[in-house]
Design a protein around this ligand. Structure first.
Ligand code: C5P
Length: 253
């Protein structure tokens, strides 16, 4: 039997060549990394949860007309996605001050921002994904003005959708990161949401208690990461309401 071809391996996912031209199979690993991979661990079940949650968010985005790379889930850890030309920028949207923004500007964590703020970081692990300005983006040719306008519009639509979804289940969407890719329809290019949307790439706080339900649990040693992600999945109805960490592996298929 022919072995499938690995196209790319990142910290939390692997991309394989897909069954048809223009597709990839995206595999979600259990590996967790933080602080540019200085801290790492394997969290049993994380990949399964992120595969399901990313499917849920991307499907919902598709349903309201936000284009994404998601085609279908294949199994517990894999989904079929469209091949895209990834724009080498991480797009971060922030609703409340936290993380590097709070540190950089000396803001209290959780303080309100005047409006959602969109930031761009260069996707470069060796450099620690540095924050870059529009000047850098245009001067170095990472994206055009039109791309940037489209990226901001996409990111804000994702923010509205995700904020509303989370608010409905008692969770505040503090911030998140997305990656965006180019696809070609004949001579025309379009930008679509790619990579993943999961608690690995969002900050999610319980509205009542402030409890963190995202990767900060791992970054700051605040408890069991898989328990936190299970809680998010349970509230969203992605897992049955009575799902517990003990039953987690058997309930997801
Ligand atoms: O660390 P920082 O505060 O800049 O992160 C902002 C948001 O982007 C957080 O939700 C974080 O999880 C996400 N992020 C990410 N991948 C990165 C950097 C940030 O998912 N490489």
């Amino acid at each position: 039997m022919a072995r499938r071809k690995k196209v790319y391996e990142g910290k939390a996912k692997i991309l394989y060549e897909g069954p048809e031209p223009g597709t990839y199979v995206q595999y979600f690993k259990d590996d967790a990394t933080a602080f540019n991979a200085e801290k790492r661990d394997v969290i049993e079940g994380k990949g399964v949860l992120n595969n399901r949650l990313s499917e849920f968010f991307m499907t919902g985005l598709g349903a309201i007309g936000v284009p994404t790379h998601f085609l279908k889930r294949l199994n517990m850890r894999e989904q079929l996605v469209r091949q895209v030309e990834i724009i080498p920028l991480e797009v971060i949207v922030r609703n409340l001050a936290a993380g590097t923004l709070a540190t950089r500007l000396g803001l209290e964590e959780g303080s309100t921002l005047p409006r959602p703020i969109v930031e761009f970081c260069l996707k470069d692990d060796k450099l620690g994904d540095p924050l870059v300005s529009e000047e850098h983006i245009f001067a170095f040719g990472w994206a055009s003005q039109q791309d940037l306008d489209d990226m901001v519009a996409l990111a804000l639509r994702v923010n509205d959708f995700m904020s509303g979804l989370m608010y409905g289940v008692g969770i505040k969407l503090v911030d998140f990161k997305i990656e965006i890719g180019r696809v070609w329809d004949g001579d025309y290019q379009r930008l679509i949401v790619a990579d993943e949307i999961s608690p690995d790439s969002c900050r999610l706080w319980d509205i009542e208690t402030g409890q963190k339900l995202d990767k900060d649990v791992f970054r700051r040693d605040l408890g069991d990461l898989a328990d936190a992600y299970t809680e998010v999945a349970r509230r969203l109805g992605v897992l049955p309401a009575n799902a517990t960490p003990m039953t987690r592996p058997t309930l997801i298929n």
